[in-house]
Ligand binder design. Structure first.
Ligand SMILES: O=P(O)(O)O[C@H]1O[C@H](CO)[C@@H](O)[C@H]1O
Ligand SMILES: O=c1cc[nH]c(=O)[nH]1
Length: 350
């Protein structure tokens, strides 16, 4: 029996799709999970962790944790955020949050906080500046502007995964209702010039699987990396035809590495040829992968597992069919990084 069959007590209605045979043992059939864009994928049914979206939140829309242990604890220390349910009044501090925006760097997320402040007309008390709420964690940076949280997540799945655990718990402790999460990132384009904005329709791993795989108690668990389709359409609808760049939607590949993992020839190590690389990238292109980055899989899977609506919006820094090195000048890169931010600002302003 695998660990997934033990469901948290507080989540009685979560769909358990692990069939049992009459003798009580699980059988291990493969099943077709998604047929997005015609691609049919098969998964071991015994390791898939599915969610019934209607039952993972409380009826008032507030975030419900799929972990019965938390409510039994005297206090919950959100260690990497330098916050805690015993040391801080989290409802008072964060109860009004509606949007949680994340991106790789502290600078981008500080800038985003100032941008959104201007856009929504939020005023700080005279003579004050925005404070990094998580400054003393020395890990992530967090800014709050009215209903918007802006948080840096660092690089890669482990970093964004730890942050998501703590931010999802923060939403629960603060009794936040129906939050929407965004990742505002950078990526490599597959067949798209630098500066193109990409809204992810779904996230796939380096082997084109639409699941986040993690090892829990020595067993492999897969969580579907689903993103909200309606949110994708709404964001796409906010792209302005006057924008001097394209805004597209498509599949996003999420890898565990920037160099070999993304088929780059310019890492410290490379055991494949340029022909191998191009064949791989062309095959991704054919399969509808439009960009590669390093967090979307965890972002999609963990928000979906928590029943939280989420979107990933990234700007391409280069077309990987044309090269590996990020050659654009710093000022150009800085301007490009504002583009996903603008789209998310438009959504929040609505
Ligand atoms: O710019 P961010 O948001 O960090 O996103 C991308 O940039 C980093 C690699 O340079 C990875 O984190 C990747 O996902
Ligand atoms: O090629 C790129 C560019 C940005 N981020 C990535 O992960 N890959």
């Amino acid at each position: 029996m695998n660990g997934l069959s033990v469901l948290p007590r507080s989540c009685d209605k979560i769909i358990q799709r692990i069939p049992k045979e009459a003798n009580g043992h699980h059988h291990h059939p493969h099943r077709k999970l998604y047929d997005n864009d015609g691609e049919i994928q098969e998964y071991r049914e015994d390791i898939i962790n599915e969610v019934d979206e209607d039952t993972v939140r409380y009826p008032d829309g507030s975030v419900r944790l799929r972990n019965p242990n938390i409510e039994l604890m005297d206090q919950d220390i959100l260690y990497h955020l330098a916050l805690g349910s015993g040391s801080h009044d989290l409802v008072e501090m964060f109860g009004d949050v509606k949007f949680v925006c994340m991106g790789g760097t502290p600078k981008r997320m500080e800038q985003f906080a100032y941008n959104i402040m201007a856009e929504i007309g939020h005023k700080l008390p005279c003579g004050t500046t925005l404070q990094d709420i998580s400054h003393f964690s020395y890990r992530y940076s967090m800014y709050k502007v009215g209903p918007v949280l802006s948080i840096s997540h660092g690089m890669g799945i482990p970093s964004v995964g730890i942050l998501l655990h703590e931010v999802i718990k923060l939403m629960y402790h603060a009794k936040v209702r129906d939050p929407v999460f965004f990742r505002i990132g950078t990526c490599g384009g597959i067949g798209y010039e630098g500066g193109t904005v990409v809204i992810s329709e779904e996230a796939v791993d380096g082997a084109m699987r639409n699941v986040l795989e993690l090892t829990v108690l020595g067993k492999v668990v897969q969580r579907p990396a689903k993103l909200d389709r309606r949110l994708v359409r709404e964001l796409k609808g906010l792209a302005d035809p006057e924008d001097p760049y394209d805004t597209i939607t498509g599949r996003t590949m999420c890898t565990y590495d920037f160099y070999e993992g993304q088929g780059r020839l310019d890492g410290a190590f490379c055991d494949f040829t340029e022909t191998d690389k191009m064949e791989y990238l062309e095959s991704l292109h054919k399969a509808g992968v439009v960009n590669i980055e390093m967090e979307s899989l965890a972002f999609a899977a963990l928000t979906h597992h928590a029943g939280i609506k989420a979107a990933v919006v990234c700007v391409t820094l280069l077309d990987r069919l044309k090269g590996d090195q990020v050659l654009a000048p710093k000022e150009v890169l800085d301007e490009w990084q504002q583009r996903p931010t603008k789209l998310v600002c438009r959504y929040i302003k609505r």
